[in-house]
Design a protein around this ligand. Structure first.
Ligand SMILES: Nc1nc2c(c(=O)[nH]1)N[C@H]1C(S)=C(S)[C@@H](COP(=O)(O)OP(=O)(O)OC[C@H]3O[C@@H](n4cnc5c(N)ncnc54)[C@H](O)[C@@H]3O)O[C@H]1N2
Ligand code: MOO
Length: 397
């Protein structure tokens, strides 16, 4: 049997990044930056006020108290955005707003709450010290510093930072395009009535959603029956970077995926894993294809273990794995000898504990939907008692 690690690297080696693109920031959410990003300018770009109030020379208001206010003439008004503010002469104050440039000559800001707020002659009821409430140029970012490294996922704060640095675009790895194709003559579209022996199709939306959650683009085709011609024509009609099928890969008489592709560039193997033993991967018609087992839990666990890290790697992400932690089991678990088992679990992060949820069998979608993690049990471990520590893949990060 093939090991989990071997199949992971076979799948990872199949996928290739698309050519880099220069993307407007608004279209880069969730993608990976392709390059280290060096700040073209400093942030803040100029010394500016952190408070609405008055710019002063601190020494001028050193004696101010509630009982003995200091009064200064207001020589200028500096709203945020004013670009022609005059210098401050000692013995005067400038009314200033948050974000406005501190005038040359001033060394502190007094918040409006410590004054009477006047625009003619202002009374100060408290003192200040040099530097108070001034945000210094370069205090956040200095021009020339690397602010984001290649492979970083561009989320809201990262895109905000790039915009603050005056960068309208960013070089990114484009999302991979993935065709999700379910197979099975028993499948019926949700919303349509079932006859005995039929089931509603569920892997399509589940895998397409997992692809989208990973930041790639999913094209979810109507599923195909266990019919080689229909299957091949669905495959050939796609212009994608990866095809992801489910079903038809085990040992039965109507395994449309295995029967059709095993002579056409796809290698099928048993992987020492549960769920998710029957797997296939290869190149068909020049396009990478990964064939997942049809049992719904097997399909999604296989996606997590083999496809998601490969997709993230080909989309340039530095971080390709789910966050892993170690937690204490609150109940014992058993696992088959020789297989890496991934049980569904509920991880209580604040308590540092985890328990398996639902049976290990691979058709229990309900328990998959109720879980927030996978428990990873190594091949050579057949039982673990309550209190043992176990490796956990958190699925909700
Ligand atoms: N004799 C053997 N039988 C089986 C073996 C084996 O080694 N020898 N392996 C078992 C394991 S493990 C798995 S996993 C499954 C994988 O089977 P296939 O990939 O061929 O998938 P199917 O037979 O098409 O379907 C399995 C199961 O999943 C349901 N299914 C399939 N597609 C969907 C879908 N899109 N939405 C919802 N449910 C789906 C299907 O109805 C079956 O119940 O094989 C075992 N058998
Ligand atoms: O490998 Mo199957 O995935 O155990 O149910």
């Amino acid at each position: 049997m093939r090991s989990v690690a071997e199949h992971r690297s076979i799948v990872a080696d199949l996928l290739r990044p698309r050519p880099l693109v220069e993307s407007p920031l608004a279209e880069a959410l969730g993608l990976a930056s392709a390059r280290d990003i060096t700040a073209p300018l400093s942030l803040p770009g100029f010394d500016n006020s952190a408070m609405d109030g008055y710019a002063v020379v601190a020494a001028d208001v050193a004696a101010a108290t509630d009982a003995t206010p200091v009064r200064l003439p207001v020589a200028a008004d500096i709203p945020a955005g004013r670009v022609d503010g005059p210098p401050l002469r000692p013995g005067t104050a400038h009314r200033i707003m948050t974000g406005a440039p501190v005038p040359p000559g001033a060394d502190a800001i007094v918040p409006v709450e410590l004054t009477d707020g006047s625009t003619g002659t202002v009374a100060f009821f408290g003192s200040t010290e040099p530097g108070r409430h001034i945000r210094l140029a370069g205090g956040d970012v200095r021009a020339g510093e690397v602010v984001l490294t290649a492979g970083r996922c561009l989320g809201a704060p990262q895109l905000g930072l790039l915009s603050a640095l005056g960068l309208p675009t960013v070089t990114v790895f484009p999302p991979l395009r993935v065709l999700v194709l379910s197979t099975g003559s028993e499948l019926v579209r949700p919303g349509e009535p079932l006859q005995h022996g039929q089931i509603h199709e569920s892997n399509g939306i589940m895998l397409a959603s997992a692809v989208r959650e990973a930041g790639a683009l999913a094209e979810q085709r109507a599923f195909v029956a266990d019919d080689p011609d229909a299957f091949l024509s669905a495959l050939r009609s796609a212009d994608v970077d990866l095809v992801l099928t489910s079903g038809g890969v085990s040992a039965g008489a109507y395994e449309v995926v295995k029967d059709t592709l095993s002579t056409r560039g796809v290698e099928f193997a048993k992987v020492a894993m549960q769920p998710g033993m029957p797997q296939g991967a290869g190149i068909f018609d020049g396009v990478p294809i990964v064939t997942l087992p049809g049992n719904p839990v097997s399909a999604l666990v296989s996606f997590e273990v083999f496809v998601r890290p490969a997709l993230l790697r080909a989309m340039g992400f530095a971080d390709t794995e789910r966050s892993r932690s170690v937690a204490e089991l609150t109940q014992p678990v058993r696992s088959p000898q020789g297989k890496r088992q991934f049980q569904r679990g509920v991880h209580d992060r604040s308590a540092g504990t985890v328990h398996p949820i639902g049976p290990p069998a691979s058709h229990h979608l309900r328990w998959l939907a109720a879980s927030n993690c996978l428990l990873e049990i190594p091949e050579d471990v057949t039982e673990m008692p309550a209190g043992a520590t176990i490796s956990v893949w958190d699925l909700d990060d």
